[in-house]
Design a protein around this ligand. Structure first.
Ligand code: SF4
Length: 330
């Protein structure tokens, strides 16, 4: 039975090691939300399969690795439900029902679909499943009757799609069976990759949430700075420097000093990067330590996943019964 708190559903695709962008964009917020809502956090491996079908064998391992990072970052199995999508068969069941209610034209006009297919140079994702991913996303949310979804402003159109499908389902089968999910707006923190482009695994410019110290220093040292600052004696422009962008997020207290030292050529970029490295290591090292603990204790992680699956499954079964009854399709 529900705890009486609002229900939240959110998820991540297990396509590889999580980076700082994932941490700032989602995980950090999830850790806060687990005390305010009844949270269901989904390891979205069916979503991952749509693009990673050639390496399906990695999805199991990636899923467990991602769970280790979630736990290390502060998600607590006592305060939220962490589970794997492919272990709860009702996701596909509801996906199919919602697919039957989804006009193909809605999917074809989905801007993220077109954009993703056009921008994917490394793999062919123009497949049937990927076209239907908004319907699967809607099923993920509806299955737990989640009334809230944490999103950044840029993701609001995705949520609108879910709301439309849910509305259609409710119109067909009666009343307010499934809530139209409301956004819980999260702060959009944009973090560039080390080369100043968008942080993305495919660009090889990420910093992992669990980065090892040596690798962390190497990546920070490779970061793009103000190209006009050839010598330490040249005044710099921090506003065009990726290192400064990171300082804004990870060294907020030292920011005025960092800015002034740069503009007045009081210190070189090597020292500036070193300070950033120390601040990032302060954030990363406790997460990395816990991550390594979970990696070494995989039996604990498997048990947490099984328990999460069991809680999610029980809610999914209960809700599917309600939906089928309303459809007179028991
Ligand atoms: S001193 Fe720091 S902020 Fe200024 S250009 Fe160098 S790395 Fe960037």
């Amino acid at each position: 039975m529900s705890s009486g708190k609002g229900v939240i559903l959110s998820g991540m695709r297990p396509t590889g090691r999580l980076h700082l962008g994932n941490y700032l964009g989602a995980l950090k917020n999830w850790v806060k939300l687990q005390d305010e809502y009844e949270c269901f956090f989904l390891i979205a491996d069916w979503h991952a399969l749509m693009s990673e079908y050639e390496r399906a064998d990695r999805l199991r391992e990636n899923s467990l690795d991602m769970l280790c990072v979630w736990l290390a970052s502060g998600l607590d199995p006592e305060r939220c439900v962490m589970f794997r999508q492919s272990d709860i068969c009702q996701h596909l069941e509801l996906f199919f029902i919602l697919s039957a209610l989804t006009p193909v034209s809605w999917l074809e006009r989905c801007p993220t679909y077109k954009e993703a297919v056009e921008n994917s140079s490394t793999k062919d994702i123009a497949n049937y499943a990927f076209l239907g991913y908004p319907a699967l996303q809607a099923a993920d949310i509806a299955l737990y009757r989640a009334g809230h979804v944490p999103v950044g402003v840029d993701q609001l159109p995705h949520l609108e799609f879910t709301r439309e499908i849910v509305r259609r389902f409710n119109n067909f089968y009666g009343g307010d069976l499934i809530p139209e999910p409301e956004p819980v707006l999260t702060e959009v923190v944009k973090l560039s990759g080390t080369d100043s482009r968008k942080m993305s695994k495919s660009y090889g410019n990420t910093i992992l949430i669990t980065e090892e110290p040596k690798e962390l220093s190497r990546k920070i040292n490779s970061m793009v700075t103000d190209p006009g600052r050839a010598r330490a004696s040249d005044p710099g422009n921090p506003e065009i420097c990726t290192v400064f962008e990171y300082h804004k997020i990870f060294s907020p207290e030292a920011l005025p000093a960092v800015e002034s030292a740069c503009r007045n050529a009081e210190r070189g970029c090597v020292a500036c990067k070193k300070e950033l490295g120390l601040n990032l290591e302060k954030l990363i090292s406790p997460i990395r330590e816990k991550y390594l603990y979970y990696k070494e204790n995989s039996d604990k992680v498997t048990k947490i996943l099984e328990e999460g699956n069991s809680r999610a499954s029980s809610r999914a079964r209960e809700n599917m019964r309600i939906f089928r009854k309303a459809m007179r399709y028991e």
